[in-house]
Design a protein around this ligand. Structure first.
Ligand SMILES: Nc1ncnc2c1ncn2[C@@H]1O[C@H](COP(=O)(O)OP(=O)(O)OP(=O)(O)O)[C@@H](O)[C@H]1O
Ligand SMILES: O=P(O)(O)O[C@@H]1[C@H](O)[C@H](O)[C@@H](OP(=O)(O)O)[C@H](OP(=O)(O)O)[C@H]1O
Length: 323
């Protein structure tokens, strides 16, 4: 057999060699398994990412995101963000290297929720007319553009972003679902008109297959995140726009949530702080992040409660149905 020892080797040594062979085989098997998981991107710009080493995500370098990740490594929020692993230059392009959050999950179910009631920066308010955004708007809501916008066949980015916020749950609940990938491979990205608590509740229950332990872990993790955000020096001194919460669970029963995407997270001028729950008006830089998280926790709690009640009803009904 390939790799077996010559018969002249004494029996004791053969035993040790066999142990080593088994260990090497097991290690290779684990490495092979770990390498076999695919890169899954639920939202955002595909050109922003490049294949990285095992366990590492390469995202095109954006200085504000790099600064945030660096600062977050020294903040109380560190357990809630991917580890920052430095900068890599490849083929003339610079990338931020960060921990791949999928690494320790097997065939995970994934959900991306974009946080905040405002998803664009005030300084993005440039009067540039864009036909691509007009076309994306009419694909979802043909009657959304005004007659003037229809005549131009173009709209500005703030107009598009505000329409996106109002059409989805960003403006009314302070967060929106961007995408879901279920463990069976189903990819769901059609959430642009998902707006009400009732719709979101149903999606959360479907995403978790109404597993109480998964819903409960998500709820606990979100509550921990909220208490950490409330005392974080980083969070109080930054405007957090367009950042997402990435939800991951698998059949082993593990479920976790992380903060990702800090491309539009900016430090405030020295001495200025944000409340993160106040409404936004021009110039106050409020993002509604914590307000959105409060609403998200309420809906997750409702999903966990409903699932618990349904389980209780089913368990009390079971004996009579057997009769
Ligand atoms: N550290 C990570 N580990 C695993 N998956 C990740 C990680 N970072 C990002 N992703 C995946 O990539 C997707 C897009 O990430 P991200 O929001 O950072 O991209 P983006 O191009 O900046 O998005 P946007 O255009 O909304 O600003 C996420 O929804 C997630 O599926
Ligand atoms: O979700 P949609 O409807 O596809 O809309 C996009 C989404 O809001 C992205 O967050 C935004 O990129 P940024 O977060 O980087 O601003 C992008 O702007 P863009 O077209 O200027 O890239 C929008 O087109």
């Amino acid at each position: 057999m390939h790799g077996s020892l010559p018969s002249k080797v004494p029996a004791g040594k053969q035993k040790t060699w066999k142990k080593i062979q088994t260990m090497v085989r097991r290690t290779l098997f684990i490495v092979a398994l770990k390498k076999s998981y695919p890169w899954i991107q639920l939202s955002g710009h595909s050109e922003n990412f490049a294949p990285g080493e095992q366990g590492v995500v390469l995202k095109r370098l954006c200085e504000s995101e790099q600064c945030c990740l660096q600062s977050l490594m020294a903040d109380v929020l560190r357990p809630f963000v991917p580890a920052y692993l430095g900068v890599l230059e490849r083929d003339g392009e610079r990338y931020v290297q960060m921990e791949d959050l999928l690494t320790n999950f097997r065939s995970p179910s994934i959900m991306d929720c974009k946080m905040g009631l405002r998803t664009y920066l005030e300084e993005e308010e440039k009067p540039v007319l864009r036909a691509d955004l007009f076309n994306k708007m009419i694909a979802v809501e043909p009657n959304a553009p005004t007659p003037q916008e229809c005549a131009r066949g173009a709209i500005t980015k703030p107009r598009y972003m505000q329409w996106r916020e109002a059409t989805s749950s960003s403006a009314s609940l302070g967060f929106r679902i961007e995408g879901i990938k279920k463990s069976d491979g189903t990819l769901l990205q059609d959430f642009k008109k998902t707006k009400t608590c009732k719709q979101i509740l149903k999606i959360f229950k479907d995403f978790t297959e109404e597993k109480r332990c998964i819903l409960e872990q998500y709820r606990q993790r979100l509550i921990e995140l909220r208490s950490t955000l409330e005392v974080s020096p980083f969070f109080i001194s930054h405007e957090v726009i367009g950042s997402s919460l990435l939800f991951l669970h698998d059949h082993k029963g593990q479920a976790k949530v992380w903060m990702i995407d800090f491309g539009k997270t900016l430090p405030l001028p020295p001495g200025q702080i944000l409340n993160h729950r106040l409404p936004w008006h021009e110039g106050n830089r409020e993002d509604g992040y914590l307000w959105g998280l409060d609403n998200l926790i309420d809906i997750m709690t409702e999903a966990a409660t409903q699932t618990t009640l349904e389980e209780n009803v089913n368990s009390t009904q079971a004996p009579s149905s057997r009769r």
